[in-house]
Design a protein around this ligand. Structure first.
Ligand code: SF4
Length: 474
């Protein structure tokens, strides 16, 4: 019997998007781009291409490699434009109908869209659209964008885009494909989610991707990130940029730098690896403690742990070994095999850790169940002292902009003080990086004016329902 992998005591990202204009290997490069973005969503994957002024697509549930075979890609091949998407659902069900890109046919033309983020006024817009006769095929907020978009198409592509983006609110990075072969990139005026523009080194064709690691894989040079509120239209005439909305209080998701984005990516002007290392250094300055070694819970804590060790002078070691071959499903263990899924993924190196005082570096504690099990396992094998340092402040508030902790009840730090959490996890000491320290270590000028940090301080840059609007909850 198999069961779903239950290693999900970790926050999950909404999605990753990719687009390429007029390339002889458009579908194949989109496949590789999605492969590089797989960490942003593992529930479904899809690619849409333009063929004979119609959009053909394939999408399905699972990883990119599961959804696309060589034969599938052959069916999508040709010199054309393409967009792609990997999804983890934060709105709508995890079913193939909600997989993206969404493709629609309207007035003899086709359009496809792929979305990363969350629209906070989706329920209001959907009600309004349904009352005026719109019929929805999916339960996601992303489809709302297309309904708004087509309403103004009679006035041209640009006008339709402007009409749609001025109605939606929240976090969105879209790529859009038209049956004329245009590829469009759109970033919300707060710039919550990353989206960058690149150019293929071999033939100068333009590429859009959630993260620069996807550009590297398809051998495209990084040109720049889209600005908050920018729309980039890529056509045979080149790249056109418009700013239909005034930029309002930039609010890049700082948790992308701490946890979500790949460490080899450059987002929000910073290399992710180096930023995580700087957070680890800052943590060592704020919360020094004597110990024999510093170790991460791999892989997410690796980079901050390297920074902590470098700053503190305490040796870095890999005291937990990750099984890289754990799949999405596995044979269900017997009742007696407690904590099976946690142990299956990470196993401690007993001979290294026994009798030692250790510092564990983690990038976050969301529900706390996995951390508790791992600390218990370390105690059982004879570790003397277990200190934990977290490379961001406590998550006390839900995220409404595309990350999957959307209620306070899912966040253990919302209900327990740091001391209570230390005892709950069975630690000798626990320290979270300060908000000021986290912001300063990014190296971004005036970081308090450039990042969203609402899950830490409750100050939401965009209101998320009819009652709460741009406010602090504390
Ligand atoms: S609330 Fe937290 S996770 Fe959500 S966008 Fe803001 S910083 Fe990112």
């Amino acid at each position: 019997m198999t069961c779903q992998n239950t290693f999900n005591d970790r926050p999950r990202e909404a999605c990753g998007v990719f687009g390429i204009h007029n390339h002889p290997e458009a579908a194949r490069l989109t496949y590789f781009g999605l492969y590089a973005l797989q960490h942003r969503g593992q529930e479904s994957a899809g690619i849409a291409v333009v063929r004979d002024r119609r959009i053909a697509f394939h999408k399905g549930m699972g990883l990119v490699a599961d959804v696309f075979s060589d034969d599938r890609l052959e069916l999508l091949k040709g010199e054309c434009s393409a967009i792609g998407h990997v999804r983890y659902s934060t709105t709508g069900d995890s079913v193939v109908a909600n997989a993206q890109p969404f493709v629609i046919h309207y007035s003899g033309k086709s359009y496809g869209v792929a979305h990363n983020g969350n629209l906070v006024n989706a329920h209001i817009l959907k009600k309004e659209l349904e009352e005026s006769g719109s019929i929805f095929q999916t339960t996601t907020d992303s489809e709302i964008f297309l309904h708004l978009f087509v309403k103004n198409l009679k006035n041209g592509l640009e006008s339709a885009l402007v009409n749609a983006v001025t109605r939606i609110e929240g976090a969105y990075s879209f790529v859009l494909l038209t049956s004329r072969g245009e590829v469009v990139g759109i970033k919300d005026p707060h710039g919550f989610r990353p989206l960058c523009l690149g150019r293929c080194l071999a033939n100068d064709r333009y590429v859009l991707a959630s993260e620069s690691c996807a550009l590297d894989l398809v051998q495209a040079e990084f040109i720049r990130e889209l600005e908050p509120g920018e729309i980039v239209i890529i056509s045979d005439d080149g790249v056109k940029s418009i700013f239909p909305q005034k930029s309002v209080c930039p609010s890049a998701c700082i948790f992308e730098l701490i946890y979500f984005a790949r460490p080899d990516s450059r987002i929000f002007g910073k290399n992710v690896y180096l930023t995580r290392k700087a957070h680890g250094r800052q943590l060592a300055k704020e919360a020094p403690v004597d110990a024999d070694l510093v170790m991460p819970f791999p892989d997410s804590g690796n980079y901050a742990a390297i920074g902590y060790a470098a700053e503190s002078g305490i040796p870095f070691d890999l005291g937990m070994i990750r099984n890289h071959y754990v799949g999405r499903t596995f044979i269900q263990p017997t009742q007696s095999m407690r904590d099976f899924s946690v142990r299956m993924k990470l196993n401690p190196v007993k001979e290294l850790l026994k009798g030692k005082d250790i510092i564990i570096i983690e990038d976050s504690i969301i529900r706390g169940t996995t951390a508790k099990t791992r600390v218990k396992a370390l105690r059982e094998l004879g570790v003397k002292k277990v200190h934990m340092r977290i490379s961001c402040p406590p998550h006390r508030f839900p995220c409404h902009y595309g990350i999957d902790f959307s209620t306070k009840g899912e966040l253990i730090a919302a209900t327990k003080s740091v001391d209570a959490l230390r005892d709950h996890l069975g630690l000798d000491s626990l320290y979270y990086l300060s908000l000021e320290g986290m912001l300063a270590a990014t190296g971004v000028a005036q970081p308090e004016n450039n990042f969203c940090k609402a899950c830490f301080d409750g100050c939401y840059p965009v209101g998320f329902d009819d009652i709460v609007s741009k406010t602090c909850l504390e």
